[in-house]
Write a protein that binds this ligand. Structure first.
Ligand SMILES: C[S@@+](CC[C@H](N)C(=O)[O-])C[C@H]1O[C@@H](n2cnc3c(N)ncnc32)[C@H](O)[C@@H]1O
Length: 413
């Protein structure tokens, strides 16, 4: 009979709990652990206690932020279906709970192109994007990633007077990387999306085979992966013995602490009597690996390379009509990559600049809950919703898609 093992955990962990949390906080934590008293399996006790404790720490962190919007939270609480939110993503993100999303994927609005351009110059645009990136950092769960697709455009930045070259290459990928890093994210990877097309014939000496007729062109884009590692001073239970008697002793990766168990009674000690070493990443992500979440080999092979060829989306049919109702969708393969590589089934996947909702469609197809925020309800609603339903014809009937909408710009706000 091991039903007392939890009291052992508590006895060893008590000094730390008292040091770190108030009496009320500890009481509310203990209330949640009552179910552990009836368990007899040590491993189950350790696992459940770790879940309860981790949830508790996360809630404490969420409580530090007070601007959440209750209606929006209620809407997002339901873990099912496809969720479409109409509104400005900065406002919507501000209304969301901290660390409540498991993966973000997006392609931001183009600067100075398309129907939604509104910026005086490149700096204005990047300032707006920075605000969204900052808020996204708060809303994304710790140790998770933001997959961010952007191209280095060929345009006029409206900051300097036009150069002798006329329009120029604007290295948006570099500018965005700097912003992400300044806002606390860690740059992890940059996949180059080879679009397999030369988007204009004006460039590269085309009809003028003379010196100085070389101009830049847009035939690739970046698919960035940025990690969030909020430096968390809280101790987490040793995954082997469940006690909080652990010491931070090294950084295993940038911004990511690792810990060593100091409980001499821990079930796993090295021959030199050292405790098990682990990191938050190990507990929060790798600890959940399981055969049913495995990714197939062909897919892994394709994304093992840092340059990936994907055909751009064909949105104009042979009658010259835009069949998606949107001028800049990204291919399904981008959110598919992000979702398979960086999330688990039933988790929340958010695209703050959802456009024609490619990310939420991919999320639903892969068994996740997709949330898409889109500003332009007037322009994109009809075609956007139609596009979602079209994607599931023959797969799900309408009631299984469980599409719902929330208007954060008007009546619901
Ligand atoms: C490049 S498109 C995204 C396309 C999308 N990946 C797809 O596959 O259809 C960017 C989208 O962001 C939207 N947008 C621009 N500013 C926004 C904002 N502040 N909040 C939410 N959406 C915004 C634009 O209307 C546009 O649909």
């Amino acid at each position: 009979m091991n039903s007392n093992y939890f009291s052992e955990i508590l006895k060893i962990s008590n000094p730390y709990l008292k040091e770190e949390f108030s009496k009320e906080q500890i009481e509310s934590l203990l209330l949640k652990t009552e179910i552990l008293n009836n368990l007899i399996d040590n491993k189950e006790i350790i696992r459940k206690w770790t879940d309860i404790y981790t949830d508790f720490v996360k809630n404490e962190y969420q409580n530090e932020y007070e601007n959440t919007d209750e209606k929006l939270i209620d809407y997002l609480n339901e873990k099912d279906g496809i969720k479409i939110i109409w509104g400005n993503c900065l406002d919507v993100l501000k209304g969301m709970k901290s660390e409540s999303i498991h993966l973000m994927i997006t392609s931001p609005p183009y600067y100075n192109a398309r129907e939604y351009s509104q910026w005086k110059n490149i700096n204005d645009y990047l300032d707006d994007m920075r605000m969204v990136i900052r808020e996204a950092y708060r809303v994304l769960d710790n140790h998770r990633v933001f997959v961010f697709n952007v191209g280095d455009i060929f345009d006029n930045d409206n900051v300097k007077t036009t150069s002798v070259w006329g329009k120029r290459r604007i290295p948006l990928g570099a500018y965005f990387t700097k912003i992400f890093e300044e806002e606390g994210w860690t740059f992890v990877d940059d996949f180059i999306w080879d679009k397999g097309e030369v988007q204009s014939e004006r460039h590269k000496n085309g009809d003028k085979p003379y010196p100085f007729y070389q101009y830049p062109m847009n035939c690739y884009e970046h698919i960035f992966v940025f990690h969030k590692h909020r430096d968390d001073k809280t101790k987490f239970p040793c995954p082997v013995c469940g006690t909080l008697k652990v010491n931070g002793n090294a950084y295993s990766e940038i911004g990511l602490k690792s810990w060593e168990c100091k409980n001499l009674e821990c079930f796993e000690r090295s021959p030199a009597n050292r405790g098990k070493r682990f990191s938050l990443k190990t507990i929060m992500t790798q600890g959940r690996q399981n055969d049913v979440f495995s990714i197939d080999n062909d897919f892994i092979k394709k994304w093992r390379k840092d340059i990936v060829k994907i055909n751009p989306v064909i949105k104009i049919n042979n009658k010259g009509e835009n069949v998606l109702g949107h001028t800049a969708p990204f291919p399904f393969e981008i959110p598919e990559f992000a979702i398979k590589m960086f999330s688990y089934p039933n988790e929340f996947v958010l695209d703050p600049f959802a456009g024609s909702f490619t990310s939420v469609i991919a999320a639903k197809k892969l068994g996740r809950i997709g949330i898409g925020i889109e500003l332009n309800k007037k322009m994109f609603r009809e075609a956007g919703i139609k596009n979602i339903y079209n994607n599931f014809s023959g797969i799900f009937d309408d009631s299984q898609i469980k599409l719902s909408e929330f208007d954060f710009s008007g009546e619901n706000k």
